[in-house]
Design a protein around this ligand. Structure first.
Ligand code: COA
Length: 431
């Protein structure tokens, strides 16, 4: 019997026992997105009556986030590094906090002890012959959290896909909770005519041999629909989803023209359905790597023809992008948007693309605006922005003056708002 097998047996405990290691005042980091370990999070929430002031740090929370629900305030305080559907109300209601940060820098928040980690709750696969477990669908910041935590609690789940790229040895895990259960899934978004029109415009910017980063949602998925005739695309993206599997199976994504990690799909986390999880399971061509590598603009920029595709809430006429706030309400976060905008701008023939519908609220609000809404933050600055795309066309802002930007952006705005935008831009002295 290998040494690790005996050690392994000694580390197996129940979720209830394992979670007794969380103390009042601790900071607990939860494995990211669909990598969240549901059994461990439920066992933590069950301890609410015994705990006070436990900070729970998470980026995209894909589970129900019971720790952030009303009545939990005394026990838990959620610190969101990105606001998602299940944590938005808590942040809005001041029961939870939001910390702005680039995705690429989150690992250093943990390892440099800016946010010292007490306990990490994560999922791993069963060990291989050498005692190494795969991080499954979340290497991003989960690896850094595991390497800096006082206590590492891992849910060992046979249903977690075994991805390559990032592994943790059993020696580095404090407690193992053996519990098989289905992963959290993200269903593909519904794609309508609007998203298709935007997707087609974006796809027209993408050459054969390009390497792609895709954000989350209907627009990135709509872009993929129009890439079926392309050749030799590559993926280097903080995450990818089911849409990429379709293109891979069609032979469109080969990763053969990438300058680095050639032949590999590179991501730091995965969100999708079982179809995606089956595709990546034991697939030697898929590498899940920590986000301080994947989202490092200097790494991203080493790919020629790097294309980053992300969305936004609104864009002002100078090219400032708000991708995360609706007025003063924090809707999401920067995530990897700026990491990839900057990486794409370092890339030979790279393009960063912000793609959004021209209006919101059923056409009542223009998303191309003279000024960002009061209270909103700038996510991507006017100095970083490159292409902005709507269903009405493409505005190339790089190297363009403010006056040129105003006309380019009004050119892709909804016809109902063009007159007002010109009047506002004139009044503000932009043109
Ligand atoms: N004014 C008022 N409401 C607006 C609005 C505006 N200008 N723009 C959007 N909204 C509302 C929409 O009506 C929608 O409301 P609903 O949920 O009630 O339907 C909601 O905001 C979301 O808009 P939508 O366009 O459907 O969002 P999306 O799912 O396509 O996501 C972002 C767009 C920008 C929110 C998303 O891409 C994001 O969070 N980005 C973060 C930064 C990033 O790109 N990171 C990289 C990937 S992590």
């Amino acid at each position: 019997m290998n040494n690790w097998r005996r050690v392994y047996q000694n580390k197996i405990i129940s979720a209830e026992q394992a979670l007794k290691n969380v103390k009042s005042g601790d900071r607990v980091v939860i494995g990211h997105a669909c990598g969240e370990p549901p059994t461990l999070v439920n066992a933590l929430v069950a301890r609410a009556p015994e705990l006070t002031n436990v900070e729970i740090v998470h980026m995209v929370a894909m589970g129900p986030a019971k720790y952030a629900q009303p009545g939990m305030e005394k026990s838990f305080r959620h610190n969101a590094l990105f606001v998602g559907g299940s944590t938005r109300k808590a942040v809005e209601g001041k029961r939870a906090d939001f910390t702005p940060c680039f995705f690429s820098e989150i690992p250093r928040l943990f390892t440099n002890k800016i946010l010292p980690v007490s306990v990490v709750l994560m999922q791993v696969t069963p060990p291989d012959e050498q005692g190494f477990c795969s991080y499954g669908v979340s290497a991003d910041y989960t690896k850094a959290a595991a390497e800096s935590a006082r206590v590492v609690i891992a849910q060992m789940n046979n249903q977690l896909p075994r991805t390559s790229g990032t592994k943790i040895h059993l020696d580095a895990i404090t407690y193992i909770v053996e519990q098989d259960e289905p992963l959290i899934e993200l269903q593909p978004p519904s794609i309508g005519d609007l998203e298709k029109a935007i997707g087609e415009n974006v796809a027209s910017l993408i050459p054969d041999g390009a390497t792609l980063q895709l954000g989350i949602g209907a627009i990135p998925d709509a872009v993929l629909l129009f890439l079926k005739e392309k050749r030799n695309l590559g993926i280097h993206s903080e995450m990818f989803s089911d849409g990429v599997v379709v293109l891979a199976e069609a032979g469109v994504v080969t990763n053969q023209r990438k300058n680095i990690n050639k032949g590999k799909f590179v991501a730091s986390f995965l969100m999708g359905t079982r179809k995606l999880y089956d595709f990546v399971n034991n697939n030697p061509n898929v590498e899940l790597l920590p986000v301080d590598y994947v989202n490092d603009p200097y790494i991203i920029g080493q790919h020629d023809h790097m294309m980053s595709i992300n969305s936004a809430i609104q864009v002002d006429l100078m090219g400032e992008v708000n991708a995360e706030m609706i007025g003063s309400r924090q809707f999401s976060g920067v995530g990897g948007q700026v990491d990839f905008v900057r990486g794409a701008s370092r890339s030979m023939n790279g393009k960063s693309i912000i793609a959004l519908p021209s209006t919101a609220a059923g056409g009542k609000i223009s998303r191309i605006v003279c000024e960002l809404d009061r209270g909103a933050a700038v996510t991507t600055s006017r100095n970083d922005v490159h292409y902005v795309v709507t269903e009405f066309g493409i505005a190339d802002l790089r190297g363009k003056s403010i006056r040129e930007r105003v006309y380019a952006l009004i050119g892709i705005s909804h016809p109902d708002f063009k007159g007002k935008l010109i009047a506002d831009a004139t009044e503000k002295g932009l043109i």
